[in-house]
Ligand binder design. Structure first.
Ligand code: GLN
Length: 494
């Protein structure tokens, strides 16, 4: 494989700034790789080749004239297609946005480009980020580079697959309930769900607004930290964006493992339906952390069993409100002719344009918010959410991090769960509490299943401790000498 493709984001930017690597060469290497592998993996919905080459040429001119380049100089990134980029389509993996062209650029993308990252293209996702496998994409599923008969996870499956297959150096995904961490786990890469409010949601198409966050997917924890550092920070265009005084500074404690306290939530380790292999690999990983000096303690998150039902009230409720704007009038697809009346136009456009899972969520959400049911469903779900958040607050009085598997299984086969939404929903059983609590969580590869599929270790920290969470992930990589940072065999040589 081309050695350019082996460089991490940190190494790439270092070499570009030192004049040892040209941005144009980087694009040649990545687009060459994409050309070879995309028919197998289907990670991308749109390639932005002309745009990327234009920017690379401009960067080379800047280098020549001695002007400085940014912190992500020449880093080739992929972005999930639910973030808008001015003058280019955003599909959200849905037919309803057919013909829509973005009129502005998401803050996270603007920040990447301000630091001279090169955006290769937009990646596949479950429609409107609803799903755990990318099978809900209206444009067909992406495939897992470790085994192309399996899903890459979701909803940011295209981004995770692209990073794992070296079809991007790093990527952005988005989370509402696990959509960065679960695909990171399935594809053997690092993923971060930042503390709610640390990354601007401006230009991220809304799903569940009180849960949504953009997060990085990368090969190493160090790369994820660099990208997070670039995209995070207050944004006046997002009223839920945290102001700096609300953010805790990274503690020095993660510089050494000794003295760090790691909690294992006992409720997680007794979840039904999880693969015993997943627990075995996680327990092995915990032993490595303990041998490295971390103190391990059992902790309790007693309300975590309510997380899934709570999420499946809160997220669809917010989605039903957010997706009301896709009405056949304001954006994209419009069911002409047959409509007859305004209501008919709404109905025809939405039934033609939106897939089954999205329709199911709109129905659930509309029902849960309707008069007479609001208190029983949405109101109670909000109360349960508060209890789930309080569990974490209690636990973090005694431990620095909570560690668990990221997902209850390794990547499953395409089609395995499409007929059974509840079993699909269970994929996020360990990740969803983190979104409900608004805190920080990451996934880092910690081993392989007997079928040689990657398994993720989830590291959760208190609100604002995103840097520490990635710090512990970096510790893990050092302790294990990077042995889990791997290229899938099947795609090693294209
Ligand atoms: N799989 C979860 C869902 O379908 C989470 C999705 C997400 O995080 N965007 O809602």
């Amino acid at each position: 494989m081309d050695s350019i493709l082996d460089l991490s984001a940190v190494q790439t930017a270092g070499k570009v700034k030192a004049g040892q690597l040209r941005p144009l060469e980087i694009l040649d290497a990545y687009y060459g790789r994409i050309e070879k592998l995309e028919p197998k993996i289907k990670a991308y919905l749109l390639l932005l080749k002309d745009r990327a080459y234009g920017r690379a040429r401009e960067m080379e001119a800047r280098l020549k004239s001695g002007r400085p380049l940014g912190r992500l100089a020449g880093v080739a990134v992929a972005v999930k297609d639910n973030m808008v980029l001015e003058d280019y389509p955003t599909t959200c993996g849905s037919k309803i946005l057919e013909g829509y062209v973005s009129t502005y650029t998401a803050t996270a993308l603007e920040r990447l480009e301000n630091e001279d990252a090169l955006i290769l293209g937009k990646t596949n996702l479950d429609e409107f980020a609803m799903g755990s496998s990318t099978e809900n994409s209206a444009f067909g599923p992406s495939r897992n580079p470790w085994d192309t008969s399996r899903v890459p996870g979701g909803s940011s499956g295209g981004s995770a697959a692209a990073v794992a297959a070296r079809m991007a150096c790093a990527a952005l995904g988005s989370e509402t309930g696990g959509s960065v961490r679960q695909p990171a786990s399935f594809c053997g890469v690092v993923g971060l769900k930042p503390t709610y409010g640390r990354v601007s949601r401006y230009g991220l198409v809304a799903f569940g607004s009180s849960l949504d966050q953009i997060g990085p997917l990368a090969r190493t924890a160090e790369d994820a930290a660099l990208i997070f550092d670039v995209i995070s920070g207050h944004d006046p265009k997002d009223s839920t964006s945290l102001v700096p005084s609300k953010i805790q500074h990274p503690s020095s404690s993660t510089q050494h493992l000794s003295g760090i306290k790691v909690g294992l939530p006992k409720e997680y380790f007794s979840v039904e339906g999880a693969d015993p292999e997943v627990f075995r690999v996680t327990e092995e990983a915990v032993k490595v952390l303990a041998a490295g000096g971390a103190k391990i303690e059992e902790v309790s998150l007693p309300h975590s069993r309510f997380a899934l039902p709570t999420y499946y009230i809160v997220a669809p409720s917010e989605a039903s409100a957010n997706l009301a704007r896709f009405d056949g009038v304001r954006y994209g697809l419009r069911a002409g002719g047959q409509a007859g009346s305004l209501l008919g136009l709404y109905k025809a456009s939405r039934t033609q344009g939106l897939g089954h899972e999205v329709q199911r969520r709109i129905l659930i959400g509309t029902f849960a918010l309707s008069h007479g049911y609001y208190d029983a469903y949405y109101g109670r779900a909000q109360q349960a959410r508060a209890l789930i958040a309080r569990d974490f607050e209690e636990v973090f009085k005694n431990v620095d991090f909570v560690v668990s598997p990221t997902a209850p299984t390794a990547a499953f086969k395409l089609g395995e769960k499409t007929q059974d939404p509840v079993s699909m929903y269970l994929s996020d059983i360990f990740t969803i509490p983190v979104n409900l609590a608004g805190i920080a969580g990451a996934s880092v590869c910690c081993g392989f299943s007997k079928d040689n599929l990657p398994l993720g270790l989830q590291i959760v920290g208190p609100a604002g401790r995103d840097e520490d969470v990635l710090g512990l992930a970096a510790h893990w990589e050092r302790l294990t000498r990077g042995q889990y940072i791997q290229i899938p065999q099947g795609v090693k040589n294209g």
